[in-house]
Design a protein around this ligand. Structure first.
Ligand code: SAH
Ligand code: SF4
Length: 396
């Protein structure tokens, strides 16, 4: 593993990891098959051999988690040397790594200078563990209960940056090669920072790489994409990725949903429900997950539980009740446990699985809706100036 990881810290003010290794060359880690082919050609591999070389690289990178070209014994030495002269296998830098008392791990990752995202590993969900990945830095949608929503969008993540989040977690959990039977990262959820359907091209490309059976091999049914309701992209998500769909619902009438999830003003409940009913591949073994954050006195009455059952009638669904996770100055409180249980019982009796999601990693601010990096939108020209000044100061 190429990263010097800091020791586990279980508080949010842990020191930043002091990894100042320069990242001069681009990295192959995160690239899809087509990009690897282009990289091979750029390193002098003949066109007719490029696909084979790309496949070999793909296996080394995503099956073995290689961090050095030297290991790639089925690629000749000369090609390896040329690859190493042009590329690295580095992952993005980990700025902070926090481990919660409940085993949840949070990574603050630097994607480019001043641009950071968070990734969270949650053990013991489903069969083994889920990795919650970010698709954007910040979010343009200002859901009023979500901390990420208070951070202006900085930018979309590239496909490689999404894939690299999975690689970083697997490095840290020592789970290469991919055939390792004790794999802990068994599921991927796009429930980190950002709205995945506003970055669908890159999300879709990243899923192609993550799910590839010759690489990390995380099956498409073990990948869930969560959306706040970008209606025109829902069907496309299904056809392009064939993954599981989660909808952040949170309210059963337009007036309240307009307030909690402002995107509802553009795509109201009727439109959203029509798009959900038309989701490709929807059936009883392939249910849609509805996320419902429990906000005290706002959306947690039993009348609302009944309205929820009515709204979802006929949709193969599972309802995740998420106790609200507070963040500094958040305008809501979490519903009382007894109210959450009563709400869950009612929905359950109507025939819907409605697990109450235990908050994970609250002590390290890794729980749903608590993610927010310090990245701010900085103009490219300012970044360039900062870089030149840093180089001048370093006497380069
Ligand atoms: N943008 C996408 C995916 C990221 S949000 C979406 O909204 O679906 C992941 C989940 O966390 C969503 O269901 C979101 O509604 C929920 N969430 C946001 N803030 C929360 C908070 N403070 N407490 C509990 N859940 C929250
Ligand atoms: Fe964005 Fe999702 Fe947070 Fe809403 S809940 S602000 S869509 S990340």
């Amino acid at each position: 593993m190429s990263h010097a990881l800091n020791i586990a810290a279980s508080q949010t003010n842990a020191p930043r990891i002091d990894d100042t290794t320069p990242r001069a060359l681009p990295s192959l880690a995160g690239m899809g098959r087509a990009q690897l082919r282009e990289a091979a050609i750029a390193c002098g591999v003949e066109e007719r051999k490029a696909k084979m070389r790309a496949n070999q690289l793909f296996g080394w990178i995503y099956h073995y988690g290689s961090t050095s070209f030297d290991e790639m014994t089925n690629i000749d030495k000369e090609t390896r040397a040329r690859l190493a002269a042009h590329y690295t296998l580095d992952r993005p830098r980990i700025l902070e790594r926090l481990v919660s008392t409940d085993g949840t791990r949070k990574y603050l990752i630097e994607l480019s200078p001043g641009v950071e995202c968070e990734t969270v590993f949650i053990p013991d969900v489903a069969r083994s563990g889920a990795l919650c990945v970010s698709s954007q830095v910040g979010c343009t949608l200002n859901c009023t209960f979500c901390h990420t929503g208070t951070q202006a969008l900085v930018r979309n993540l590239t496909a490689a940056e999404i894939v690299a989040q999975v690689m970083i977690a697997r490095d840290d959990l020592a789970e290469w090669p991919s055939s390792n039977a004790d794999r802990k990262v068994t599921n991927i959820v796009f429930m980190g920072m950002g709205e995945p359907l506003y970055n669908l091209d890159n999300v879709s490309d990243s899923i192609d790489t993550i799910s590839d059976p010759e690489g990390m091999a995380i099956g498409r049914r073990r990948i869930t994409v969560s959306t706040s309701g970008v209606v025109p992209k829902i069907s496309e998500l299904g056809t392009r990725t064939n993954t599981m769909l989660a909808i952040s619902l949170h309210a059963t009438n337009d007036a309240l949903r307009d307030e909690l999830v402002p995107l509802n003003k553009k795509y109201p409940l009727k439109m959203l429900m029509d798009a959900i009913r038309a989701y490709p591949g929807l059936n009883n073994s392939r249910r849609i997950t509805f996320e419902y954050v429990m906000l005290k006195g706002v959306n947690d009455s039993l009348a609302e539980a009944r309205a929820l059952v009515k709204l979802l009638k006929g949709v193969p669904a599972k309802i995740n009740l998420i106790p609200f996770n507070p963040w500094p100055d958040s305008p809501y409180e979490c519903s009382d446990p007894a109210q959450i249980t009563a709400f869950a019982d009612l929905v359950n009796k109507a025939g819907y699985a409605s697990p109450i999601r235990t908050p994970r990693g609250r002590d390290i601010f890794a729980a749903c809706g608590q993610l927010r990096s310090e990245s701010k939108k900085v103009k490219a020209s300012v970044l360039k100036k900062q870089r030149l000044e840093a180089q001048a100061a370093a006497g380069e």
